[in-house]
Ligand binder design. Sequence first.
Ligand code: ATP
Ligand code: MG
Length: 223
Amino acid sequence: MVVRGIFRAVIMGPPGSGKGTVSGRISKSFGLKHISSGDILRSNINAKTELGLLLKSSIDRGQLVPDDVMSRLILTDLRAIERRSWLLDGFPRTVPQADFLDEVYSVHTVINLNVPFHTIKERLSSRWTHLPSGRVYNVDFNPPKVPGRDDVTGELLVQRDDDTPDTVTRRLKAYQTQTEPVLEYYRSKGVLETFSGTETNKIWPHVEAFLHKKLFVLNQKLL
Ligand code: ATP
Ligand code: MG
């Protein structure tokens, strides 16, 4: 299904809840441009920009990047695709970030992936990432076609520096204290849609069906 107007969505969920994988499927099925805060930060780190180097140590410790820095980075990307539909992944992650976004763009839908913490801890330790694209694999349930290599480019996969057990625990803590209030923020605006489960492949059909319905209604209104 294509979107006639401009559709703006946010995907939320604890680290490792499958946001990246589901975002990839949403952008493929519905043509939304996927913007991931984590991918933006990691590409700065890879390119060894001044900002990237500055932020790497706190990211590796599982701490959030300051709100003003993150908000500015995201806004630059959003401004570049002013007239396109998009899906934000990893932003907003704090209430001040949600307030910031609300001042520039209104969000139509927030998809919340609700995955239990113990599932996440198991998952992140077996996760491998293709850093340039953000594509992720899991040696247990979503392995690459060739071990250690990205399916699309054939390039090497790595384990992220912040996917270590201690850092994962800290990231989950940061999620509880700083990001869970954002769910409340969007619930009170009436745009939050929660999907619960332990497997991305089982959650996905529900997300897909929901978006089909949502976009159908939106398209009718625009006719
Ligand atoms: P996943 O890889 O499953 O998405 P995650 O959500 O923890 O897990 P990223 O979104 O890639 O991972 O983010 C990695 C790190 O980048 C975070 O732990 C945090 O330090 C930083 N970061 C990402 N987005 C934000 C944000 N909106 N505000 C502040 N820091 C952020
Ligand atoms: Mg991510």
